[in-house]
Design a protein around this ligand. Structure first.
Ligand code: 0O2
Ligand code: 0O2
Length: 209
């Protein structure tokens, strides 16, 4: 595919990411309006760069004419404060009427060898285009702030070492992942206190405004 063909192919994915960002960020606003703790802290989204699509297609033996079977060309990421929020978000996404969950990967129950933890949902999103409806696969990653901190750092190290992180650093990362998991557990223990404080703070901010 040349540049123009890639742009054409990726355009619906860009549209889907933009639409889903608005929808998922909207969840936070609705909770704020109700003066309730939002299970969504923040949302990011991206379309996979062409070079990464090609690299993954090669690694997974996906032929170009089946490239739309790749599940994370469009990717959304939902960050939560607490592990318990992930369950709430997961249930909410599963009961939505604007897409269908078609796959799940639970790297929290069982983390990856690297130490990676997150909950992944793959959804089929019906995008309305000028040529009618187009069903697109979208990956939604749900993780806590601690899981996100770890994944961001590990991702940069992977880039630095072109995927070959030295054993010593790998071991440190596995230990850091365990520490992040303990941080999540500790925060869960005082979740009630934290949420009460946050709701009171946001109510005060609203009243002062
Ligand atoms: P706000 O006002 O900060 O909530 P775009 O550039 O238009 O494609 P976007 O959403 O700006 O899209 O960028 P992206 O990369 O998808 O998402 C980044 C969003 O995550 C930004 O929000 C950041 O502020 C937010 N973000 C990053 N880290 C944190 C964090 O630790 N806590 C919180 N609460 N938000 C964070 P926006 O959209 O600019 O809106
Ligand atoms: P990006 O956009 O740079 O994040 P595979 O691609 O084979 O690893 P699979 O089975 O196709 O995985 O899908 P999976 O495991 O559900 O999702 C892959 C994505 O999960 C990766 O996307 C990362 O975002 C994240 N991820 C998985 N494992 C790790 C890990 O060990 N460390 C970090 N930091 N992130 C991980 P990409 O392709 O890296 O793209």
């Amino acid at each position: 595919m040349d540049k123009k063909q890639w742009d054409q192919f990726l355009a619906p994915y860009k549209q889907a990411v933009e639409e889903l960002k608005v929808k998922l960020k909207g969840i936070r606003k609705l909770y704020e309006f109700e003066d309730d703790h939002s299970p969504v802290e923040f949302v990011t989204g991206r379309v996979k760069p062409v070079a990464s699509i090609l690299e993954k297609a090669k690694r997974k033996n996906i032929p170009m004419h089946e490239i739309e079977t790749m599940q994370d060309i469009a990717g959304l990421r939902i960050m939560c404060q607490f592990v318990e929020d992930i369950q709430v978000v997961k249930k909410m996404l599963q009961s939505r009427k604007d897409f269908v969950v078609v796959d799940k990967r639970d790297y929290i129950a069982e983390h990856k060898e690297s130490g990676y933890r997150s909950y992944h949902l793959v959804v089929l999103y019906p995008l309305q285009t000028i040529n009618g409806e187009k069903q697109l696969l979208v990956e939604i990653q749900i993780r806590t702030l601690a899981m996100n901190f770890w994944a961001t750092i590990e991702h940069s190290l992977n880039y630095k070492y072109s995927g070959n992180i030295p054993e010593k650093v790998k071991l440190r990362l596995q230990r850091a992942s365990e520490a992040a998991s303990r941080l999540d557990d500790e925060m869960s223990e005082i979740r009630g206190e934290i949420q009460e404080a946050q709701v009171a703070f946001s109510r005060k901010k609203k009243n002062d405004a």
